[in-house]
Design a protein around this ligand. Structure first.
Ligand SMILES: Nc1nc2c(ncn2[C@@H]2O[C@H](COP(=O)(O)OP(=O)(O)OP(=O)(O)O)[C@@H](O)[C@H]2O)c(=O)[nH]1
Length: 273
């Protein structure tokens, strides 16, 4: 009796869609470090050679998308906003659905797209993108944040594909060289770029890095790396009526904890059970 061979489960040629998938490049970092400005630089300098699109994340507005559209760095329809309605890291790490759909829409609407830049909402030092959403990520600090910031570490600083120390034109007020040296030490040799939009050499170095990432993506030689999650934490509003209690070993409630509970009626007091 002849047997029909089982269908091969490996060596499946890429589908047209996956073959055309853009490099998805995340840009994260604390509020105001220059994420939108960096994306504007990349678009301004590379739009003639690469097909680009942008997703911005804001909590309640589409402000970053409007900034980029008004800067005229790309056709307006290639820049789309995701309003996360929650902590910025939620939409880039915990539940990436909204962003993933937005990226796929752009890839389909403007196929073929070479690079989709995804800007995170401004967050703290620990926010990173899920490797399920982006292929590579840039973490942006600025010299205005102070020389100590790079030393403080965190997954983005230590393990993002590229760490940018931005606004080096403000350097006279901060020791930029020390900041870059600290950052390089924190990254175990990973690339660090000192950037200013007023320094063409640094802007070209940024563009060269993006080009290289895109080439590696197309060649299939780049493997997305997860910089690691942010520290575990809870949001107080997640469970407004059942906060995590501090209770001593003997079962008593410390004085400082009483008053942090509110029952359904709004009265303040310790829980009854
Ligand atoms: N001096 C200087 N200022 C810069 C540079 N890049 C950006 N800025 C300024 O930094 C401020 C913040 O820039 P944005 O690009 O809006 O920063 P962001 O990280 O996108 O901000 P959020 O989206 O609010 O987190 C703006 O006033 C920019 O003009 C730079 O290279 N040098």
């Amino acid at each position: 009796m002849t047997q029909t061979p089982a269908p091969a489960t490996t060596d499946v040629p890429p589908t047209e869609t996956s073959a055309r998938r853009a490099l998805r490049l995340g840009v994260a970092g604390p509020v105001g470090t220059g994420k939108s400005s960096l994306i504007a630089l990349v678009c301004r300098h590379l739009a003639d050679e690469l097909s680009l699109a942008v997703i911005t994340n804001d909590i309640y507005t589409d402000e970053d998308a409007r900034f980029l559209r008004s800067a005229g760095v790309l056709p307006a329809e290639r820049i789309r906003a995701v309003e996360t309605g929650a902590c910025p890291h939620t939409a880039i790490r915990d539940d990436i659905t909204m962003n993933l759909l937005a990226v796929e829409d752009l890839e389909r609407d403007f196929a073929p797209v070479d690079v989709v830049l995804v800007e995170s909402g401004g967050d703290n030092l620990t926010a990173t993108f899920s490797p399920g959403l982006v292929d590579a990520q840039v973490f942006v600090l600025d010299v205005a944040g102070g020389g100590d910031v790079a030393r403080k570490g965190g997954p983005g600083i230590a393990r993002a594909d590229l760490l940018v120390i931005n606004k080096t034109d403000l350097g006279p007020h901060v020791d930029v060289d020390t900041m870059v040296a600290d950052a390089t030490a924190a990254r175990d040799g990973g690339p660090v770029l000192a950037l200013s939009r007023t320094d063409p050499t640094s802007v070209e170095a940024l563009c060269a890095w993006v080009r290289r990432m895109h080439q590696q993506h197309v060649a299939g030689t780049h493997t997305p790396v997860d910089p690691g999650p942010m520290a575990p934490h809870v949001h107080a509003h997640d469970e407004p009526h059942a906060p995590v209690a501090l209770v001593e070993d003997d079962g008593t409630v410390p004085d400082k904890q009483i008053g942090r509970w509110k029952d359904d009626g709004g009265a303040i007091g310790a829980p009854t059970s």
